[in-house]
Design a binder for this molecule. Structure first.
Ligand code: GLN
Length: 192
């Protein structure tokens, strides 16, 4: 199994470290040809406008969208979730538009710019997952085939899956908990 991590900007090194911990062959992806032969792709957190722009400048947007439409599993965290969404509260180029969700960027305002909270994620078992939120988006709307995997205590949707696409508003790569990375690898392997 070979997993690519989009490495143009943001927290890609942390995702690569998690995948190494899980013993998975990992490729940092900066150029379109590096998408060849991947079994899955992670789009990290960072600044979605910058990642989106770099993706477009390096001619990767269409290629990633096309591969995902043909079944490539993609895991987006934070900015990665924003890029996966079909709709965004403010439009800018470079969106992949793959998941039937509407997201709101920087949704938690100044008071709660970064926070940590325990999340109940039934798909991962009983133990709560440490949710690390940094200038995080939220999922405003989810349609069709989207399964919501986690919500904040007030009901706000913060994790979703649609087929082989997985998107989180928070940063599992900044915790010691490997369950979401394992869950993604299970999707890639067809075990989930
Ligand atoms: N605020 C960032 C954005 O809108 C996302 C933050 C993150 O990825 N931690 O793109």
């Amino acid at each position: 199994m070979k997993i690519g991590v989009l490495a143009s900007q943001g927290a890609f090194a942390e995702h690569i470290a998690k995948l190494h911990q899980l013993g998975v062959e990992t490729v940092p992806v900066r150029l379109p040809e590096e998408l060849e032969g991947l079994d899955g792709l992670i789009i990290p957190g960072g600044e979605s406008t910058s990642i989106g722009r770099l993706m477009r400048d390096y001619k990767m947007t269409d290629k990633i969208r096309d591969r995902a439409k043909h079944g490539l599993p993609v895991f987006g965290t934070c900015a990665g979730l924003i890029l996966l969404a079909k709709k965004n509260s403010d439009a800018y180029p470079g969106l992949l538009g793959l998941m039937d969700i509407t997201v709101r960027r920087n949704a938690f305002g100044r008071q709660r710019e970064s926070f940590e909270t325990e999340l109940s994620v039934p798909a991962l078992g009983e133990n709560p997952f440490p949710g690390v939120f940094i200038r995080a988006p939220l999922i405003e709307q989810a349609n069709g085939q989207v399964e919501i995997l986690a919500r904040l205590a007030d009901g706000t949707m913060v994790a979703a899956r649609q087929g082989k696409l997985l998107a989180l508003a928070f940063h599992p790569e900044l915790t010691d908990d490997l369950r979401f990375h394992r869950y993604f690898l299970d999707i890639v392997a067809g075990r989930q």
